[in-house]
Design a protein around this ligand. Structure first.
Ligand SMILES: *Cc1c(COP(=O)(O)O)cnc(C)c1O
Length: 365
C-alpha cells in the first residue's frame, strides 16, 4: 500500500481543483489582493457559519490571538490563564502583549483545560482565560464561563483546531468573548499559506480588532491608533470561500473515521473521549500508549505517519520556562504517551483498515 501521510493536502487539492483554480485565476486577473470582495464575503460567510454577529479575516491564527488579547484590554503585567498542553502560539500571544501566561493543567479525559485548576490559578492580576479546543474537542465551556463571570474575566476561545465543532448545540467560537481560528493549510479549514480569523458577538471588540489588523485606520489616510498589518489576503479568502461549504461534510467524515478507530483499535490505545454534550471536529485522532516512541517508529517503517501534539509542554520549553510555576502532572504524563494518527476526510476505507491492522499488530507482538 502507498504511504499514508499524517495530512494529505495533495488529495484535498485534487478533489477541489475544479473549484479552486478558477477563483485563483480570477484574483490574479482582477489584481484584487488586499481587502477585496472575497475578504468581505468570507467574513460574512464565516460569521454565519459560526453563528456569530461578526467575523474578521486575520493574517494568521497567531496574530488573531495577539490582536484579540490586545482588544480585550489585557496589558503589561496582567495574567492570562491558559493550558500548557497546546501549540506555542496560544501563550506567545500573551507574551506579545507583555502579559504573563499562567499555565494550568488539563483534564485527563478530554486533554482540555481543567476548570477546577483554572479557578485555583486566579489572582487579583488575572484578566483573561484562553481555552483551547484541542484536537477539535470543545473545552468545558459552561464551567469556564461560570468562573469567568464570577471573577469578571474575559474568555478567549482558541478554536484553531475546532472549526465547526459544537458544544451543547452551539458552535465553538460563539461562546466566549472572542474566538481565534487558524486557516493554516492542514487545519480543518485551511488556505494556501498562513491565514486566520476571529469571531465575536461583541461589536466593540469586533471594531477594535478590525482597526488593529489594518494599521488603526478609520479611513485610507486617517489612523486613530497604533495598529498592525495583519490582514487576511484576498486570495486566501477566495480559497476559503470555496472550501467553507465542504467543511461540515469533512467534519462528518472525520467523525465517522474516528468512530471506526474507536470501535476497532485495541482498547490499550485509550481512544479519545468526546464529552456527551459536544461534537468534536477531530482535527487529529489522538491515542495513548506507554510504548509510544516504538509504536511510531514501527508505523513509520510500515508507511504510516503519526504526529505528536505536543511532545514537550510549553512550561517545559526553553522559551516559556520563566513562566513555569510548578508541575502540571496530567500534562506531563500524557505528553509522553500521546500520538495522533491520520483522520482526514480523504482517507479511504482500505487505508483506515490498514492503519487499524498495523497498530493492533504492533502491540500484539
Ligand atoms: C495552529 C494553531 C495556532 C496558530 O495558528 P497559525 O495560523 O499557525 O498562526 C494557535 N493555536 C492552536 C491550538 C493551533 O493549533
Amino acid at each position: 500500500m502507498k504511504k499514508i501521510p499524517i495530512f494529505d493536502l495533495d488529495k484535498q487539492y485534487a478533489n477541489l481543483k475544479n473549484e479552486i483554480d478558477p477563483v485563483v485565476l480570477r484574483v490574479f486577473e482582477t489584481s484584487a489582493y488586499i481587502n477585496g470582495a472575497d475578504c468581505d464575503l468570507f467574513e460574512k460567510n464565516f460569521a454565519k457559519y459560526c453563528e456569530t454577529d461578526y467575523a474578521l479575516g486575520i493574517a494568521s491564527g497567531t496574530s488573531a490571538l495577539s490582536l484579540s488579547i490586545e482588544a480585550l484590554g489585557v496589558s503589561e503585567g496582567d495574567e492570562v490563564i491558559c493550558p500548557s498542553h497546546t501549540f506555542a502560539a496560544t501563550a506567545e500571544a500573551i507574551v506579545h502583549n507583555k502579559a504573563i501566561p499562567v499555565f494550568v493543567d488539563i483534564e485527563e479525559s478530554t486533554y482540555n483545560i481543567d476548570p477546577a485548576k483554572v479557578e485555583k490559578a486566579i489572582t487579583n492580576r488575572t484578566k483573561a482565560i484562553i481555552v483551547v479546543h484541542l484536537y477539535g474537542q470543545p473545552a468545558n465551556m459552561d464551567a469556564i464561563m461560570k468562573i469567568a463571570k464570577r471573577y469578571k474575566l474575559k474568555v478567549i476561545e482558541d478554536a484553531a483546531q475546532a472549526h465547526g465543532a459544537t458544544y451543547k448545540g452551539k458552535k465553538v467560537g460563539s461562546i466566549g468573548d472572542i474566538a481565534c481560528f487558524s486557516f493554516f493549510p492542514a487545519k480543518n479549514l485551511g488556505c494556501a499559506g498562513d491565514g486566520g480569523g476571529v469571531t465575536t458577538n461583541n461589536k466593540k471588540i469586533y471594531e477594535k480588532v478590525k482597526s488593529l489588523k489594518d494599521h488603526g485606520r478609520v479611513s485610507k489616510y486617517v489612523h486613530k491608533e497604533i495598529g498592525y498589518g495583519e490582514r487576511l489576503d484576498n486570495l486566501q479568502a477566495a480559497i476559503l470561500n470555496v472550501k467553507l461549504p465542504h467543511l461540515d461534510e469533512w467534519n462528518r467524515r472525520r467523525n465517522e473515521i474516528a468512530s471506526i478507530y474507536t470501535s476497532k483499535l485495541h482498547p490499550n490505545f485509550k481512544p479519545p473521549q468526546v464529552s456527551p454534550n459536544a461534537v468534536s471536529s477531530f482535527y487529529v485522532y489522538t491515542i495513548r500508549h506507554q510504548d509510544r516512541d516504538r509504536i511510531i517508529e514501527e508505523l513509520q517503517k510500515q508507511g504510516i505517519s503519526a504526529g505528536i501534539y505536543y511532545p514537550l509542554p510549553l512550561h517545559k520549553q526553553v522559551a516559556f520556562r520563566v513562566y513555569k510555576k510548578g508541575r502540571l502532572p496530567v500534562t506531563e504524563k500524557i505528553a509522553k504517551e500521546i500520538f495522533s494518527i491520520p483522520v482526514y476526510p480523504e482517507l479511504d476505507n482500505a487505508q483506515i483498515q490498514h492503519i487499524i491492522d498495523t497498530l493492533n499488530g504492533i502491540i500484539a507482538q
